[in-house]
Design a protein. Sequence first.
Length: 156
Amino acid sequence: MNADTGREAVYAAEIAAFEGTSYETLTPLADLLVLAQLIMTSEWWPLGDLSVVPARSDASSSSTRQRGADRPVVRLAAPQMTPATLVHEIAHVLAGVDQGHGPHFRRAHVDLVGYVFGDTEANWLLDAYGAMGLAPGARSWPVPPVRRATGGPVAL
């Protein structure tokens, strides 16, 4: 089975969940780095530090790569420097870069959206995944706390 089955549907679900929200607003890299640090230094985050860097100036899309045993590197393209893209790319790290956009990634994505943005936003994403016929898989990391409407670990 191709680990990246459903990639286009994942992208469509993200658009359905977050387009028109502040999570899709272009954000300075410095602010996104603060958000990444809040994730990586939280008690539940199991993977330690990772690098978040700007992509090449001509890149139109963001990516996460890992070479061998090296730490993963998140590269954010200028047109995609948004909180939603950062969370998407960090979900690749949590799930395992080799998992593509499959069920394990989708679980990591929903967990991170719940931790960073909140339970309402996690439900938006779950609903959008459901509409696309995409179910999240099982998690292999600690259950993160979910931010409630009254505030939580990360506020944008």
